[in-house]
Design a protein around this ligand. Sequence first.
Ligand code: ADP
Ligand code: MG
Ligand code: ZN
Length: 477
Amino acid sequence: MNYETVVGLEVHVELSTKSKIFCGCTTEFGGEPNTHVCPVCTGMPGSLPVMNKGVVEFAIRAGLALNCDITRHNKFDRKNYFYPDLPKAYQVSQLYLPICQNGKVEIEADGVKKYIGIHEIHMEEDAGKLIHDPWDECTLVDYNRCGVPLLEIVSEPDFRSAEEVIAYLTKLRDIMMYLGVSDCKMQEGSMRADVNVSVRPVGQKEFGTRSEMKNMNSFKAIYRAVKFEAKRQIEILEEGGKVVQETRRWDENKDASFAMRSKENAQDYRYFPEPDLLPIEISDEWISDVKNNLPELPEAKRTRYISEFGLSEYDAGVITSAKQLAYLFEDTTAICGKPKEACNLIMGELMRLLSETSTLPEDIDVDPKKAADLINLIVDGKINRSVGKEVFEEIFRNDVDPIKYVEENGLMMLNDDSLVSDTIDKVIADNPKSIEDFKGGKEKAFGFLVGQTMKALKGKANPKSVNEILREKLSKL
Ligand code: ADP
Ligand code: MG
Ligand code: ZN
């Protein structure tokens, strides 16, 4: 029998607001344990939450970008569970009236485009972090993350392959980063997903029983986990067994998932309306204000780069794949007016340096003014392209000023044709074998002679004039 994989995702993103959702503590990642805390976020009796308006604003922004309806009348609910990472013993979340509903986002996997439905997005608070210390056989708790605002983005069970899941997560991450809603640093846990997987015989209407793997924070692990889990379930069904609904744990090292606990349901959490927070009313004005101030999203940028700047679809795709790349491209182009050059610099040298230094695009710190100055130096023939590469590397690594750097290191192109001419004479005299080869029709020898001349002039000669003068001299031999 043929089976179809069905996946639904619950993605948590930590918001980049300065302060936590119900108190003034910082949301900054890390810090000495239990230093970003106060009576509110550690759940001290008698303390009361105050809603952070920025969280609502970010939620509306995310909802609009994902084509959701925005709920005008919002309430919070308490989700009760007892676990040491949650000092209040309940999480403030939205069960009944989530802020965004009925959205959709277009993805493309294996060349096929389709929509993934967004069931809802709700606001909630993050919990603290438990650190298990195997040496002292104890568990430590850090409440710095407690009360950091989260959006939970719940998809419909619309995915049919691991590839679609990754396409969606990549897109979601891009959008959130462009919106400035979250930095989505997966290694810091600011984007993580609960992955629900089931299988069903092709043609069957009803969904199969799902399992859920919680808190996954690497695309690679998610991809493998979906494939593994589908295969495991198919094997169970093929043997005449039944898949049980449960929470499973993905073990990255063993490349397999393991049963953790049977799935809890809404009753287990004893949800009830949060009595300490007022309902939030969202006006039409507020929504249209957020809408009018939405930043341009990657797809719109891609289309514009192609039509406005003449970039290829491929280049436009790479450059818009990260916000920092797109902004570097736009700002550099705005200063020097040379989009093709800016694009080539990013696609060539910058990409090479990123991979060489294992730098993530979000950590790029290249001043667009400096990139633009460098492009002008090259285009105006002040330095040649190979020197340009060297200077760009200095900008990338050490933030040097290209104009000063070129002057101080004497990298300006030589525009002294008599020096070039003398050097070529010497190269010709020193390489009789190559001259013979060239006369015998070996064009390769020409390239060699150009190379020798450039070397003698420390790469600063204008390659065009070296070519011309050398050709002329050889023709007269
Ligand atoms: P819960 O809140 O108990 O986790 P939900 O019904 O809210 O359950 O669904 C959570 C997620 O599981 C959603 O992303 C949904 O798309 C997904 N899901 C639901 N049923 C299935 C299924 N049979 N197979 C795969 N995913 C599913
Ligand atoms: Mg769930
Ligand atoms: Zn606090």
